[in-house]
Write a protein that binds this ligand. Structure first.
Ligand code: FAD
Length: 450
């Protein structure tokens, strides 16, 4: 039985905040979820955003939503869902294996309904400051919300026993450094502003980055643009290549510089006169509400020091972060991290001493440095993701991600690279039937639970 029941502030009502609230309440705590927008679901709330769809716009620093209109998941739905709340197709809605964004939002909303979470969420309430009380164990949370009956905002404060940060990391865009870009006359934008391809009709577009966003957006734009040039630091080729199956797409090495005459010059020596540079270069961690009391800082996109990407050793367990890792299957990871945090807060699971946690973090950074990895790769788990989840599951004394889920994830990552054009629609070709059958057996077993 839990030995402590705490009042906990959860910042954000996306997938991470929702599952954190569920796990905290299951453990006997009293969570209050702060959400700055008017609904739950975080990233998966699509905003058509008139400005961005009407014309390419200048650089923006922050957006509430960053989904494009045609975005579909890059994981099969069975693999993507929470461990004990299957993301299966219902009679209504989008039944595709890689559904569109609206289906994910529906899933998260039904998760909130099923576990009666909506009542825990304070909508349109933005946390603006989190500071530690002098007692050292509790946290003062200052928030701003719309005053009742008026458009004005008012601020208020409350003290909580603990704070769980679930504010997401896809809203503060990271832009590539392009030499000479200040004098270059074209338009620049970040994938966060991209909604629909039409504004790029007849234009020459350079897309920087070939992760999931760069790959999907460049193909979307190619349907209407005159030319699309993908620039990637991962290009193995020394020269530009035409992308097979496309009359108007090229693959280049990194951009060397942009010039006043409108040219973009690549490292391979090729150049194009471009109208637009689209930065599909990811996002930055950002915690504008945190004071120095949190004892963490962000340097080269590494949040440090953090024990197992979750707890700052000096203030653990009363402050924690859910959802920082990248290149993972997010929802199951959020669920395991949340379960761990909830159990540590109640006293059911034990953390090592502060010194041991600090030593663990230092050793972790040394291992990354020995591999030659920059600090910004700290939270990229990719090949270590299931190792991390198994570790979390062991701490929580429960099962981790199932075998079929791991195989599905690996298969999805592979086909995404091999067949970026059509992997989502060609998945149901028989190769993965055994994994889907196993998934459905597991789901049936979960659904039979009282
Ligand atoms: P978010 O969804 O960003 O939620 C954070 C919430 O915190 C938001 O609602 C925000 O308003 C709120 N908030 C922030 N600051 C404050 C504050 N100060 N006060 C109050 N509230 C605050 N994952 C997959 O599993 N499959 C996919 O196919 C997939 N595709 C993706 C495609 C794109 C383009 C992007 C950007 C991400 C994709 N992801 C995908 C990852 C996705 O972000 C995660 O699945 C997950 O939704 C992240 O949830 P989160 O709760 O951590 O963050």
């Amino acid at each position: 039985m839990p030995s402590r029941s705490l009042r906990v502030a959860v910042i954000g009502a996306g997938a991470a905040g929702l599952v954190a609230a569920r796990e905290l309440r299951r453990e006997g705590h009293a969570p209050v979820v702060f959400e700055r927008t008017d609904g739950v679901g975080g990233t998966w709330v699509y905003e058509a955003d008139a400005d961005a769809s009407a014309s390419p716009e200048p650089l923006v620093t922050q957006r509430r939503s960053n989904l494009d209109a045609s975005l579909r998941t890059n994981l099969p739905r069975e693999c993507m869902g929470f461990l004990d709340f299957p993301f299966v197709a219902g009679p209504d809605g989008d039944t595709r294996r890689f559904p569109g964004h609206a289906e994910v939002l529906r899933y998260l909303q039904s998760f909130a309904r099923r576990f009666d979470l909506d009542g825990l969420v304070r909508l349109e309430t933005e946390v603006v400051r989190v500071s530690r009380e002098t007692s050292g164990t509790s946290w003062r949370v200052r928030y701003s919300r719309k005053a009742s009956g008026s458009e004005k905002r008012e601020t208020d404060e409350e003290v909580f026993d603990a704070v769980v940060i679930c504010n997401g990391h896809y809203s503060q865009p990271h832009f590539a450094d392009v030499a000479g870009v200040d004098a270059w006359p074209g338009k620049q934008l970040h994938s966060t502003s991209y909604r629909v391809p039409e504004p790029f009709h007849g234009q020459v577009v350079v897309v920087i980055g070939c992760g999931p966003s760069g790959t999907d957006i460049s193909r979307d734009i190619a349907g209407v643009a005159k030319e699309v040039h993908l620039a990637s630091r991962w290009s193995l080729s020394a020269t530009s290549e035409k992308l097979p199956g496309h009359a108007n797409m090229w693959f280049h090495s990194e951009i060397d510089r942009a010039q006043e005459d409108g040219s973009v010059v690549f490292h391979d020596g090729s150049r194009v006169k471009a109208d637009v540079i689209m930065h599909c270069t990811g996002y930055k961690y950002n915690f504008p509400f945190l004071t120095n009391d949190a004892t963490v800082s962000v340097d080269d996109n590494c949040v440090d020091p953090l024990y197992k990407h979750v707890f700052p050793p000096q203030v653990a367990p009363r402050l924690s972060f859910i959802g920082l890792p990248l290149k993972v299957v997010p929802f199951p990871l959020f669920e395991l991290q949340s379960h761990w945090v909830a159990g540590v807060l109640s006293g059911r699971f034990k953390l090592p001493s502060k010194d041991e946690m600090v030593r663990d973090v230092t050793a972790f950074h040394s291992r990354l440095a020995a591999r030659g990895w920059p600090r910004r790769y700290t939270h990229r788990l990719r090949d270590r993701e299931f190792e991390n989840e198994d570790w979390l599951a062991e701490q929580c004394r429960r099962g981790g991600p199932e075998g079929w889920r791991r195989e599905m994830f690996d298969a999805a990552m592979q086909v995404m690279v091999e067949r970026p054009e059509n992997y989502r629609d060609e998945w149901d070709g028989g190769d993965y039937d055994h994994l889907l059958a196993q998934a459905n057996r597991d789901f049936a077993a979960h659904c039979q639970r009282p």
